[in-house]
Design a protein around this ligand. Structure first.
Ligand code: NPG
Length: 381
């Protein structure tokens, strides 16, 4: 088990600069809930008396993946979350969760604040995210998420390109009408040795169980979140009806919900996305719960910039992350990232070693993608 996170330095929050950024994607990314051509999100520059830290709020422009969205996250940060941290006079990231506990939900917004404060205090103490979280690897094997395409030939080309780049695992986004045939085509063209999994983002119901059972011959690593977020019992039923292992994403929002899902038999694998669960510290607790139950975990992705990617790669280096994550290279999504790009080497990304996240935005790149800036002072008035 990984060790405790202590408040290494003790920092006093002065305020948060909220940056709305908009990054064009190298190609449209289609999932069962929509098509993205740009990534709009919030970057937080968390200013303390000892150092500055960066937080990334992985909300999307519209509430289609979860209930959170960019404008809502900005509102709750300025109206409630930053004032609550100021009122509690927090000095360390470990105090963020308890200080914000009275405010319901808004996990992605809370996660971004906690990440920024953790980065600030680790930079002040000269310690890296990886070391603090309990990373045991210097590099992590990387998978790639492949969106729904207009045709099977286009999909096969895309998958072939990613395999040629060195990705060690392919995840296909699926929805009703785009599931068994694309999987069959990828297996036929690219072979049985490719580590392959599918992700549905809640697009099916339990009535689709016999259809989803047709995925069995393709020896998938897992099927991710086939049913609605709240349908944990449905996932438990489905897991008994199909032989492909069921992995949960949207349904797992905390260590508590992970423990419940595992106990109910709703999943045998868990996708951990720090934003979805309220931060890297809760992400680590989920890792620990899953490890205690022998449940493998992997690190999900939300099309992060280099800042969130740095933290995700550090998390993915923990011992229980035994499956490749959606920790792709920056170039999978962005021609120009806000940090130095993460580049794949032999299908792996290196865990940053410098203080805090180990990466910093490049000022002119950050300016170029920033659409609005707002200063939220850490005052209680
Ligand atoms: O590689 O960062 C990545 C994206 C991986 O497919 C991916 N993310 O459902 O997991 C998902 C999906 C997603 C992206 C969900 C953006 C919500 C927003």
């Amino acid at each position: 088990m990984t060790g405790p996170i202590t408040g290494p330095a003790g920092v006093r929050l002065e305020g948060v600069e909220l940056r709305h950024v908009s990054l064009p994607l190298v190609a449209p990314f289609r999932t069962s809930f929509g098509t993205q051509t740009t990534r709009d999100l919030l970057l937080l520059r968390v200013v303390t008396d000892r150092a500055e830290g960066w937080g990334e709020c992985v909300v999307m422009a519209s509430p289609l993946y979860s209930s959170e969205y960019v404008a809502g996250a900005a509102d709750v940060l300025r109206r409630f979350l930053v004032p609550a941290l100021a009122a509690a006079d927090v000095r360390s990231a470990v105090e963020v969760g308890p200080a914000l506990a009275a405010i319901k939900g808004h996990r992605m917004a809370k996660a971004a604040l906690e990440m920024g404060l953790l980065d600030a205090e680790l930079r002040a103490a000269g310690r890296s995210f990886g070391r603090e979280l309990g990373a045991v690897r210097e590099r992590v094997p990387c998978g790639v998420s492949v969106g729904i395409m207009d045709s099977i030939p286009a999909l096969l080309d895309a998958v072939g390109g990613y395999l040629a780049e060195g990705y060690v695992r392919i995840k296909l986004k699926i929805e009703p009408g785009w599931d068994v045939e694309p999987v069959r085509a990828v297996r036929e063209k690219h072979g049985d040795d490719v580590l392959l999994q599918v992700a549905a983002n809640t697009a099916y119901t339990l009535a689709d169980a016999s259809h989803l059972a047709r995925l069995h011959p393709f020896d998938l690593l897992l099927i991710e979140q086939p049913l609605e977020e709240e349908d944990v019992l449905g996932h438990a039923d489905l897991a008994r009806l199909i032989r492909t292992p069921v992995c949960l994403d949207e349904s797992i929002v905390s260590a508590q919900s992970a423990a419940a899902a595992i106990r109910l038999g709703a999943c045998s694998i868990v996708n951990i996305k720090p934003g979805r669960v309220g931060g890297y510290l809760e992400a680590r607790r989920i890792h620990d719960v899953c490890a205690a139950h022998g449940v493998p975990v992997w690190c999900g992705g939300m099309l992060e910039t280099g800042l969130g990617r740095a933290a995700n790669v550090a998390l993915a280096a923990l011992p229980g992350f035994t499956l490749p994550g959606d920790t792709s290279a920056s170039g999978r999504y962005y021609r120009t990232d806000v940090t130095e790009p993460f580049v794949l080497e032999d299908g792996q990304l290196a865990v940053p070693r410098g203080p805090g996240l180990g990466v910093t935005p490049i000022p002119d790149r950050l300016e170029a993608v920033t659409t609005a800036v707002e200063w939220i002072p850490a005052t209680t008035a």
